[in-house]
Design a protein around this ligand. Structure first.
Ligand code: PLP
Length: 401
């Protein structure tokens, strides 16, 4: 029995079956991954917007390797020499404030929610408003903020203090705030909804939202776990809107695959989470921070954002041609390389068939293909991936699957 066969056997018996999986991936390089049978795929998933700079990036691997030989972990009861420099770098590239480090997107959002509760505590405010169709994570509080019932099914009752309103609808939001009796501490939203089907917030809505939150003394929190780290052509998606939030969360691509999450709270809010009020054993270890530092360095020097915008334009143009060619393609939308291709039906079939043909692509929402290539992808690989999609759509149209 070789290692992969042994692993497949073990998967069946010893791994909790919370995911529905097909192939086993064993290697990745740039925009490509290989499965346990040696088959090569173009990866338009990036591990769901995690390996935004491609797989096994040399400089990131080198940074992780170097740091792993020096210092892997120390408790946050001691300082380490990388975490503060990473915090400074993040702040310099986004919101002026202070950073809390954790390990995942849900944890980053959970931290923001706790921040909002603590901030609102003396003001009698504790409610968090989020958007219908949103996704904020799988912990109980972030599930309660998530705007889709299906994720909460079976896990009731919901944590108290969460309300959902329709996305891009200022009137409904204002109504919910009025109904709450001035108890709303914060509003959380994704500038571009990811899991919900790649739906960008409207510019006017975001501007009104900022003004409204200022007037009502409500915190505006952006969940940039999926839309952040360059996916929309800016380091954070909110930077496309010419407004600033009070808090932002990030994770996924922050360490380009090495787990690290964080949230930033604006300096204007003062010190809310003080010593002993919030913590994480692994948050901001030297190893995780070295991966994130290397990731940010690459953004600075390798024209990643420029490439993302250029390739995003090219991809949208090509995908719109598919829309003209195939009636099943209903919409192509998104920003940078955060693109959704909405189909009338059969999105899962398209993913399965694409996989057979050597392209990994996944869905978002009910029937939208989530088009997330690496931000530094070359035009030729991008073109090849789209041509596979074209072939698959021909087969689907001809009913030959
Ligand atoms: C917008 C958003 N927030 C939070 C999360 C949760 O992140 P994690 O799975 O790292 O906990 C996700 C994950 O898909 C996400 O897309």
């Amino acid at each position: 029995m070789n290692r992969y066969t042994e692993s497949l056997e073990a998967q069946k018996n010893f791994v909790m079956p919370t995911y529905s999986q097909s192939i086993m991936l064993v290697e990745g390089k740039g925009s490509f991954v290989w499965d346990s049978n040696g088959k090569k795929y173009i990866d338009f998933t990036c591990g769901i917007s995690v390996c935004n700079l491609g797989h096994s990036h040399k400089a990131i691997s080198k940074a992780i390797s170097k740091q792993s030989k020096k210092l892997v972990h120390v408790s946050n009861l001691y300082m380490n020499d990388i975490q503060p420099l990473l915090a400074k770098k993040l702040v310099e590239n986004s919101l002026d404030g202070t950073v809390f480090f954790c390990n995942s997107g849900a944890e980053a959002n959970e931290g923001m929610i706790k921040f909002a509760r603590k901030w609102g505590n003396s003001k009698g405010k504790y409610i968090v408003i989020s958007m219908e169709n949103s996704f904020h994570g799988r912990t109980l509080a972030t599930l309660s903020a998530t705007g889709r019932d299906k994720y909460r099914k079976g896990f009731e009752p919901r944590v108290d203090g969460f309300i959902q309103v329709p996305f891009n609808d200022m009137e409904s939001l204002a109504q919910a705030v009025e109904n709450s009796g001035n108890k709303v501490a914060a509003i959380i939203l994704e500038p571009v909804q990811g899991e919900g089907g790649i739906i960008p917030a409207e510019i006017e809505y975001m501007k009104k939202l900022r003004t409204y939150c200022d007037e009502k003394e409500i915190l505006l929190m952006f969940d940039e776990v999926q839309s952040g780290m360059g996916r929309t052509g800016k380091l954070f998606a909110y930077q496309n809107y010419d407004i600033e939030p009070d808090l932002i969360s990030m994770a996924k691509a922050l360490g380009n695959g090495y787990p690290i999450g964080a949230f930033i709270a604006s300096r204007k809010l003062g010190e809310i989470l003080t010593s002993g009020t919030h913590a994480s054993t692994f948050g901001g270890t030297p190893l995780a921070c070295s991966a994130a530092m290397a990731t940010l360095e690459i953004f600075k020097h390798d024209k990643v954002l420029e490439n993302c915008l250029k390739m995003g334009e090219y991809a949208k143009k090509q995908l719109n041609k598919l829309k003209v060619r195939f009636p099943i393609v209903k919409d192509v939308r998104g920003v940078g390389l955060m693109i959704g291709v909405e189909l009338a039906e059969k999105a899962q079939d398209v993913c399965k068939l694409s996989q057979k043909e050597g392209l990994l692509i996944i869905t978002a929402g009910e029937n939208t293909l989530r088009f997330y290539p690496p931000l530094n992808i070359s035009k030729s690989v991008l073109r090849k991936g789209i041509s596979i999609l074209n072939q698959v759509l021909i087969k689907i149209q001809n009913n030959s699957i």
